[in-house]
Design a protein around this ligand. Structure first.
Ligand SMILES: [Zn+2]
Length: 593
């Protein structure tokens, strides 16, 4: 598969958005879970110097199953896939391959030469290469290869005309130097590649450790780099409160200030200022409803932004779209996120609709500010909101996709529990331009990472590995206990085993036993948090590295199923299961967590 570069600001992007929009309209309706069972092959439209390239993921389909027709300036791809079905009865996990008949018609730009259009179908990926431009006339395209079969029975597939692209907001400069995204391999909707930032490449899918207050807690940045991470997330809100963006800028920017030369993404601060009013959205995803309605810290929410009181000294502070972009510009991160309201689960539809519309107006203001004053090499990601409401998510996806951002983050509440979260993601991700880099905000448990990767999400940030470590919890290949166990439990007092057999993190390689970490954890020694943070971050990094390798090998489904049934993420141990004794000893205690 050739490399694909997503270059924002080109005509093809709005066309791409249109591909998804029309396609969704055709198959639309129904809630996330119902939609996910429909056969909606992901399609990408990419523009190269001399071609438009349309790619469709058609796993399991042969050339005979697909028809391509060009007529009256429209290209139609149609076909049918018969049912395949597999199910894992443990818990809610379930894999269901979609099936059924599909037809997709795209109006071609003026002047296309139909004779020069070529198509191939290999390894489940259909690629149609359309040279630009020339005349248009009725034509049929053969799928390359010896068994080519074109529009065989003459039955007219159901088609939809593509409509005019969205008006572009055009607020962001077309500057490919800021960020490029290369996809080097796909497996279904999952993909692996590289995000090329101003501070170097980031292999995707990637997990992003939180450097909330200028550091990944308990680690040095040499540790973080040593673990192989290429991107960390800095926190605009906390750095705004103290030491202040001006001071960081005076000291040479966030990279120099922290001593981290690799890539940095900064959140917008929106999540934190609204958390003051709404409680923590992350708590809801875990089934705990946050401290909703506690608005102690928030003074006023208006169209201009949010006034709040500093947790440091109670002073009144203000943050809106311009302030957020200003802080992120001063910090000099490689990727900035636009200022948004992260709506909580308990927000009703009216609130969510109004909030999402305001977030879109804020997006425009962020992009306008950044277009005039943003740093040269800083990319900007938009954030899709809309809560759990399909129409609002779609509206938001379209708005963000048409805005000319460099990538797209998915924010807001994703539901009350994991099945609902996965449903909202299954609904939302296909609404986004396929080639855009995608960031799932605040999600990072192993099963959720794998679910996101399967849908085509590229980067994830989450407090889970570092926060668990500070509470004496280690990540492990234990799907039945949320991939974790508690070292402070008495059962580990004499346990001379490693945290996870075969783990090559510095903590496990040093030979530290569960008994030692149990003791340190009970003694509340800072070293316990450090050693466990090291292990937990390594565990998640191994998980995404394993995912990248599996996608390249076309075996992501097998890899995911393996992890969900207790395999370790590292290749040499992938088939190994924890021994029965270990599994038993940690299972009982994990129930308490
Ligand atoms: Zn380890």
């Amino acid at each position: 598969m050739a490399l694909v570069r997503w270059e924002p600001g080109r005509e093809v992007d709005s066309l791409q958005s249109e591909v998804n929009r029309v396609f969704d309209a055709f198959f639309g309706g129904g809630a996330g879970a119902a939609r996910a069972r429909r056969w909606v092959p992901p399609m990408d439209l990419v523009e190269t110097d001399d071609h438009l390239v349309l790619r469709a993921d058609l796993p399991g389909m042969q050339r005979d199953d697909v028809e391509i027709e060009i007529k009256d300036g429209a290209l139609t791809i149609s076909g049918e896939r018969t049912a395949e079905h597999e199910e894992n009865t443990e818990g809610y996990y379930r894999v269901e391959r979609a099936y059924g008949r599909f037809a997709r018609s795209l109006t071609l730009p003026e002047g296309i030469e139909p004779d020069a259009i070529a198509a191939s179908l290999e390894n489940g990926v259909l690629e149609v290469r359309i040279p630009k431009p020339a005349q248009r006339k009725p034509h049929r395209v053969e799928i390359g290869g010896e068994t080519a079969q074109v529009n065989g029975n003459g039955a007219a597939p159901e088609t939809i005309e593509a409509q005019a692209p969205h008006p572009r907001l055009g607020a962001v400069r077309d500057a490919p130097g800021r960020l490029q995204f290369e996809i080097s391999a796909r497996d279904g909707a999952a993909r692996t590649g590289r995000l090329l930032t101003s501070s170097g490449p980031v292999q995707t899918p990637a997990f992003i450790p939180l450097a909330t207050k200028g550091a990944v807690r308990t680690l040095s940045f040499a540790d973080v780099a040593g673990l192989g991470f290429e991107l960390v997330l800095g926190n605009t809100f906390h750095l705004f409160i103290t030491p202040g963006a001006e001071r960081v800028a005076e000291l040479g920017g966030l990279h120099r200030f922290m001593g981290w030369e690799r890539a940095i993404i900064t959140d917008s601060g929106g999540f934190q200022v609204f958390s003051l009013a709404h409680g923590n959205v992350a708590d809801e995803i875990k089934g705990r409803r946050g401290a909703s309605g506690t608005s102690d810290g928030v003074v006023d929410i208006s169209e201009r932004g949010v006034a709040f009181r500093s947790y440091l000294d109670g002073s009144k502070r203000f943050m809106g779209p311009e302030e957020s972009m200003g802080v992120q510009a001063a910090l000099g991160s490689d990727i900035a996120l636009v200022f948004d309201e992260c709506t909580p689960y308990h927000a009703d539809r009216d609130y969510t609709a109004n909030s999402t519309a305001r977030t879109h107006r804020w997006l425009d203001r962020c992009l306008e500010w950044h277009g005039e004053r943003g740093p040269e090499g800083q990319a900007v990601f938009g954030i899709v909101q809309g809560g759990v409401y399909e129409d609002l998510r779609r509206e938001s996806a379209e708005y963000i996709s048409a805005a000319g951002v460099d990538g797209i983050a998915i924010g807001g509440t994703l539901g009350r529990d994991k099945p609902e979260m996965h449903g909202v993601l299954e609904m939302t991700v296909p609404m986004l331009p396929a080639e855009a880099p995608k960031h799932l905000l605040g999600i990072g448990e192993p099963d959720d990472l794998l679910a996101g990767i399967a849908l085509g999400i590229d980067v994830f940030d989450c407090a889970v590995p570092t926060r668990l470590a500070r509470h004496g919890m280690a990540l492990a290949n234990l799907p039945d206990s949320r991939f974790r166990f508690d070292l402070s439990r008495a059962a580990h007092g004499l346990d001379t085993g490693p945290l996870v057999a075969g783990c090559e993190c510095p903590t496990c390689l040093a030979g530290h036993t569960r008994a030692y970490l149990h003791y340190l954890s009970r003694a509340e020694a800072p070293t316990a948090a450090r050693l466990l943070t090291t292990h937990n971050l390594h565990f998640l990094n191994s998980l995404v590295r394993g995912a990248r390798e599996a996608i390249r090998a076309g075996a992501f489904g097998v890899y995911r199923a393996g992890i969900l049934s207790g395999a370790t993420p590292w290749a040499e141990e992938r088939s190994a299961r924890p021994d029965a004794e270990t599994q038993e000893s940690v299972r009982g205690e994990a129930a308490d967590n």
